[in-house]
Design a protein around this ligand. Structure first.
Ligand code: HEC
Length: 140
């Protein structure tokens, strides 16, 4: 009986771990959760980034307020590295994502992690932006 209980508890935890790990992959692959640029990404850019990246004349040359943000980042080259800020379908080749993850220096980038001199964006927000890029960086 003891053995059965141990066995059950092992498979139960395996199931729980399985669920926790499988969920995000499944949703991204099956496209169940399509990240909306307007509803999810824009509010982050507006509240966390546009305070500094407003007119496009600030360092980085980006306008990150809602009506200008998309054209300012998708398919646009970074002024400092020449890497693309957001490459649709390719998060690993999106310099803006590296800047918010803090992996920009490994990519031959410069400067600080964004948002500049502030707390990094929460992990789940970064994951949503990454998913939006992986799903084709749609203007949706
Ligand atoms: C407090 C001001 C400030 C805030 C807030 C801020 N930035 Fe920046 N950003 C800067 C400055 C200054 C630079 C240039 C120096 C550097 O790269 O560290 C920069 C550079 C960048 C670059 C590099 C551009 C290039 O071509 O090299 C990117 C990408 C960027 N910011 C994205 C963001 C994003 C996305 C946010 C919001 C999550 C954000 N920034 C928030 C000030 C800010």
């Amino acid at each position: 009986m003891k053995r059965l209980a141990a066995c059950l508890s092992v498979s139960w935890s395996a199931m729980v771990i399985g669920i926790v790990q499988a969920e995000p992959v499944a949703t991204a692959k099956e496209g169940k959760t399509v990240v909306s640029f307007a509803q999810t990404v824009v509010p982050v850019l507006r509240t966390q980034c546009a305070t500094c990246h407003m007119t496009g004349s600030e360092p980085g040359n980006m306008k990150l307020y809602p009506s200008a943000a998309y054209d300012s980042i998708v398919g646009v080259e970074s002024v400092t590295t020449g890497a693309t800020l957001v490459t649709p379908g390719e998060p690993e080749s999106s310099y803006l994502l590296h800047k918010i993850k803090g992996t920009h220096l490994e990519q031959g980038g410069t400067g600080a992690r964004m948002p500049f001199a502030q707390r990094p964006l929460p992990e789940d927000v970064v994951i949503q932006i990454e998913q939006w890029i992986a799903q084709g960086a749609l203007d949706n």
